[in-house]
Design a protein around this ligand. Structure first.
Ligand SMILES: C[S@@+](CC[C@H](N)C(=O)[O-])C[C@H]1O[C@@H](n2cnc3c(N)ncnc32)[C@H](O)[C@@H]1O
Length: 259
């Protein structure tokens, strides 16, 4: 019989809470399951919206690789839309998120799996994993919401470090496109009107009321993201969509030569 999985948390010395933990906890308390909310619009090509099955198809499409291996690292797992799916495809999953409320929902969703480790915090936690240990690193709908640019770049640098030979990372980020700027402007206007009590603010992507300023992260440019990715045998490319894009990092298999 297959081993029954379970969830463990990272233990250790007390450390200060992530600066965005409270904001994201509040977000989950107010809005419930973001994954369910994101279904309202339906997925656009290359977008993160959709069911886990749709996101898997997107991940495999942008990387050209099957989602499988020994270890997957998930950045910003939220309430676990992808986590259980990753657990079925990998021997082990390590998932991090700044929101304890989201992690608690993720835990409930996972049941008693033993092959998923949930870490509460941000990019600094990834230092706890050995270099070249991960077959996949995924960040679905997360980097575009991280509030500090250094932390986004740190996630990219850590993903590069973590990739094993033959490993791949698919890190989603917001495209600096005209459509994205127009959508951001609608969000800003809606929030401004809501603050002045003129309108109930409605997030144009999710249809959720009273979204937080946190929703929009620091969003470093594509060239900054690309230059944060470095390491021997690492190749980088961007799979660009109108609203969301994917930074794809690949570490060449052992013995292969870079061109
Ligand atoms: C839009 S949700 C996406 C959740 C999940 N990846 C999904 O696709 O359903 C963004 C997630 O990023 C998390 N987050 C925000 N800043 C973070 C950070 N610095 N490090 C890790 N997670 C972060 C939030 O708590 C939230 O769960």
């Amino acid at each position: 019989m297959a081993e029954q999985p379970h969830v463990e948390d990272r233990s250790g010395a007390p450390r200060p809470a992530h600066p965005d933990a409270g904001a994201w906890d509040g977000f989950y308390e107010r809005h419930g399951d973001l994954a369910a909310a994101s279904r309202r619009r339906g997925p656009a090509p290359q977008d993160c919206d959709g069911t886990a099955t749709e996101v898997v198809a997107t991940l495999e499409g942008v990387t050209g690789r099957p989602l499988a291996g020994r270890l997957a690292v998930e950045i910003g797992c939220g309430s676990g839309r992808m986590t259980a799916r990753l657990a079925r495809a990998f021997g082990r999953v390590v998932a991090v998120d700044v929101s304890e409320v989201a992690l608690e929902r993720c835990r409930q969703r996972l049941g008693d799996r033993t092959d998923v480790t949930l870490w509460h915090g941000g990019a600094e936690l990834l230092a706890g994993l050995p270099s070249r240990s991960a077959d996949w690193v995924v960040a679905v709908a997360t980097l575009q919401h991280v509030s500090r640019k250094e932390e986004v770049l740190s996630y990219v640098a850590e993903s590069s470090r973590l990739l094993a030979a033959g490993g791949v990372a698919a890190l989603e980020f917001a495209t600096a496109s005209w459509r994205r700027r127009r959508r951001d402007a609608v969000v800003d206007l809606s929030r401004l009107l809501a603050q002045r009590g003129r309108l109930a603010a409605v997030h144009p992507e999710l249809g959720l009321p009273a979204f937080d300023p946190h929703w929009r992260g620091a969003r470093p440019g594509e060239s900054e993201l690309l230059s944060a990715a470095s390491g021997e045998g690492l190749t980088t490319r961007v799979c660009r969509g109108e609203l969301q894009s994917w930074l794809v990092l690949e570490r060449l298999p052992a013995g292969a030569r870079s061109r």
